[in-house]
Design a protein around this ligand. Structure first.
Ligand code: TXA
Ligand code: MG
Length: 355
């Protein structure tokens, strides 16, 4: 299959530009498109055959349900049994945007979308291309991230092309994703709202609307055991580059020294190393930084966590392209989007070193 890449400017959107994508979706085919979080691989949520194509193209396990994307509250009402009272203020504050909420699904959503769960994960994206595409098709679009299963999510059309060329007919290139990490997945099924996956909407901002919200891992263990697997996606290794990622946590200077020593040893053993660093305070010395086999990527804290979140997946992909054997990653504080970044890094890591 030939994969066409179509460039569209999200800020200068012409409906005609989306005609081909719309036709693919309504004919049961699948299309990759930008959202504000990451690129999605979308198909008509009402059409089980198109959903099956998504699972095949990604190589995704069938027991991992998809997020359904909508463009209006009217569309939400078409696919859920009810809208719980505590969902309403959240919808008002965070939609359109990177918050996914679980609802009880009605029969119009086929089981293949939700891996037979009674709930369906729904969000309204804010990216103009994503919104317009849903509006034009007038059907909810089921879309996981448009990467091969297990790889870091794509934040550019090029990332999608690397993973899915030859497997899907069309990629809409709307530039770099602004948020860079996936949406926050929130369950309102129980008395306490539970974040199943941290994401683009932080717990700090959710607490302003629902003060009692907690992370899934803050549920007591006994409560976790009582419940069914919270989000099937949690059991798979995710976001992983090909290289072995080692995550270092601790005081800045401890982390710096530990990475320096680790890098020395790897370089001596003829391994290729990538280091991802965040502070200006320390500089890796020439024994490390002058080596061809060592690539140092520096991001600046002062730009805040949003910048780190936006760059995260593209850094992991870039280091893979440079064929490093190891990625030594400086951990960051778990505040705001730092929590989401660290969640992804912990999942991607083969080892976490507290120093
Ligand atoms: O930002 C995003 O959320 C992106 C863009 C494309 O919207 N999508 C995305 O989809 O990240 P995906 O499929 O890569 O991740 C969906 C997550 C998985 O962890 C899945 O297990 C969980 O949402 N999920 C979906 N439906 C669920 C349900 N009914 N109950 C619990 N978890 C669910
Ligand atoms: Mg994904």
């Amino acid at each position: 299959m030939n994969t066409k890449v179509q460039k569209i400017d999200p800020l200068n959107l012409n409906e005609l530009d989306l005609k081909e994508a719309k036709d693919f979706i309504l004919n049961g085919d699948i299309v990759a498109f930008p959202t504000e979080t990451v690129y999605g691989l979308g198909g008509n949520a009402f059409n089980p055959e198109s959903i099956e194509k998504i699972f095949i193209a990604k190589g995704r396990p069938q027991d991992n349900p998809l997020i359904v994307h909508i463009s209006s509250l009217e569309m939400l009402k078409r696919i859920v049994l009810d809208i719980p009272a505590n969902a309403k203020p959240l919808i008002e504050h965070f939609w359109p945007g990177p918050l996914t909420i679980l609802f009880k699904k009605n029969d119009r959503i086929p089981d293949i979308v939700t891996a037979s769960l009674p709930t369906v994960a729904i969000r309204m994206p804010s990216n103009p291309i994503a919104k317009k595409l849903i509006e034009l098709t007038d059907v909810p679009i089921a879309a996981p991230s448009a990467n091969s299963s297990g790889k870091p999510s794509p934040t550019s059309a090029d990332h999608v092309f690397q993973d899915l060329k030859g497997k899907i007919p069309l990629i809409i290139d709307g530039g770099i994703c602004q948020v860079g990490v996936e949406s926050t997945v929130l369950s309102l099924e129980h008395e306490i709202p539970v974040i199943l996956r941290p994401g683009g909407v932080t717990i700090e901002s959710l607490k302003k609307i629902i003060p009692n919200v907690i992370f899934y891992n803050q549920l007591t263990e006994s409560k976790q055991l009582e419940e069914k697997p919270p989000t099937p996606g949690l059991k798979y290794r995710h976001y992983a580059p090909k290289a072995d990622l080692i995550l270092f946590r601790g005081k800045e200077d401890n982390v710096f020294n530990a990475i320096t020593n680790y890098a020395y040893d790897l370089i001596k053993a003829q391994k290729r190393v990538g280091i991802v660093q965040f502070t200006d305070k320390f500089r890796y010395d020439k024994q490390i930084s002058d080596k061809d086999q060592c690539i140092i990527i520096q991001l600046h804290y002062n730009k805040g966590y949003n910048e780190i979140a936006r760059e995260l997946y593209s850094i992991l992909r870039e280091l893979d392209q440079k064929l490093v054997d190891y990625i030594l990653f400086e951990g960051i504080p778990e505040i705001d989007l730092g929590t989401t970044v660290m969640n992804r890094l912990k999942k991607a890591a083969v080892k976490i070193l507290d120093v």
